[in-house]
Design a protein around this ligand. Structure first.
Ligand SMILES: Nc1nc2c(ncn2[C@@H]2O[C@H](COP(=O)(O)OP(=O)(O)OP(=O)(O)O)[C@@H](O)[C@H]2O)c(=O)[nH]1
Length: 393
């Protein structure tokens, strides 16, 4: 699936930047174009990968280029006033030749929550292909939801001086996020959510977790999108753009899980074991099929039970897609079928869409699971009690 991405606000632009990095891990890649939109000039300048011409500052009249400091209402007003600028910003996306656009935002931020729904709306006017939102929720402690909030934000946002920065537990992170979840689940064709607490080490600051969150989430999404583009070696089963499109859009929200198990990549004396006879009588000369089956099923179980981007009841998902990314010799048909059945049993989703992505350079067997139509997540329900995920359709 070939996509374009629009990052909105500090966290959203960091995610867009990380998606450009994730794209570089795949050949062929999946990302055609990346755009960044923010009210904070310094944050835009710090991006490493989005082209400078594709970085757009909004609302300078109101914020002097310093961000909205959590003011989602101001950000929404800026988006209304500067709609022509938003339209011009997304103009560089080749919407006629991509399969979908992702709009990424940290939903606790003023700009992320206030501007991202407007970007989704603008894109909806110019493209016939789906527009998916990817939202980072504020962490529980960061949003003032528990006692170690002060510790969790102690080293503060990475771009500013913690002592003078107005961000902190008093910012309206939870209410911004609740409003953004509502607006994006109504306006976008799907909303993929991630919770930074999944990646934050206990007692560590959120600032320290951000790069891990960004890399992990974009790595997962990247593997899901890149699988359908792989041609050499040819996958046994291709998870193409239409299958992913049909997996998204199930109502509720979506989450993405992933797990990996380190494996020998099957090379022996310079030969890639199993490359030629994969699926034709076994997993290949260098990998015991029993071991390949056990690695596939154990990794799949971990991906769907412990490693979701947002903790949720997996049985509440209504659709799912899975990608198996591994050295060719480890992609045994029996292993993949067992792993897929296991995910069907765990989620109750029948006939999960799936594909494999043989990669002779991979050092791990990796399972990436996309669950869509999720409507039962304690984390979402907790969000100030403001979001009722059963009413997100
Ligand atoms: N994952 C990740 N999250 C970030 C990053 N920067 C900020 N965040 C998170 O996003 C929340 C909102 O901050 P920003 O994204 O900077 O806010 P914004 O959308 O630019 O909005 P304002 O600055 O309020 O106008 C923060 O409270 C963090 O939780 C980042 O680089 N990566």
């Amino acid at each position: 699936m070939e996509i374009g991405v629009v990052g909105v606000g500090g966290g959203g632009c960091a995610l867009a930047d990380a998606l450009v990095a994730a794209d570089a891990d795949h050949d062929p890649g999946f990302l055609v174009s990346a755009v960044a939109v923010d009210t904070d000039a310094a944050a835009l300048e710090e991006l490493a990968r989005v082209d400078e011409d594709d970085r757009h500052l909004l609302g300078a009249v109101h914020t002097d280029g310093r961000g909205t400091e959590g003011d989602a209402a101001l950000a929404a007003e800026i988006a209304r006033e500067e709609r022509p600028e938003l339209q011009a910003a997304v103009d560089s996306l080749p919407v006629g030749s991509i399969d979908a656009t992702l709009v990424c935002a940290a939903l606790g931020g003023g700009t992320g929550s206030g501007v991202a729904p407007a970007v989704v709306d603008v894109l909806g006017q110019v493209t016939a292909t789906p527009v998916y939102a990817v939202g980072l929720l504020p962490g529980v402690a960061e949003a003032g939801g528990d006692a170690d909030a002060a510790d969790a934000v102690a080293d503060g946002p990475k771009r500013t001086d913690a002592a003078t920065d107005p961000r902190g537990p008093d910012r309206p992170l939870a209410s911004n996020a609740a409003g953004a979840v509502r607006a994006l689940s109504a306006g976008a064709d799907d909303l993929v959510l991630a919770d930074p607490d999944v990646w934050r080490a206990s007692g560590a600051s959120y600032g320290a977790a951000w790069s891990r969150v960004d890399a992990a989430l974009t790595g997962r999404l990247g593997r899901a999108f890149a699988a359908g583009e792989a041609t050499d070696p040819v996958p046994e089963r291709v998870l193409d753009a239409s299958e992913l499109t049909n997996t998204f859009g199930a109502g509720g929200v979506s989450v993405v899980g992933s797990a990996s198990t380190g494996v020998e990549n099957g090379r022996r004396d310079g030969v890639v074991g199993g490359l030629l006879d994969r699926f034709a009588g076994g997993a290949g000369p260098d990998v015991d099929e029993g071991e390949a089956v056990s690695v596939a099923t154990n990794t799949a179980r971990k991906a769907v039970t412990h490693r979701l981007s947002l903790p949720c009841d997996v049985e509440s998902a209504s659709r799912a897609a899975v990608v198996f990314h591994a050295p060719p010799a480890w992609l045994s048909r029996r292993g993949l079928e067992r792993a897929r059945s296991l995910i069907e049993a765990e989620t109750g989703v029948p006939e999960i869409r799936w594909g494999d992505h043989p990669d002779p350079t991979a050092e791990a067997f990796r399972v990436t699971v996309l669950l869509t139509g999720v409507d039962d997540s304690d984390r979402l329900a907790e969000l100030g009690g403001a979001v009722d995920p059963t009413r997100l359709d």
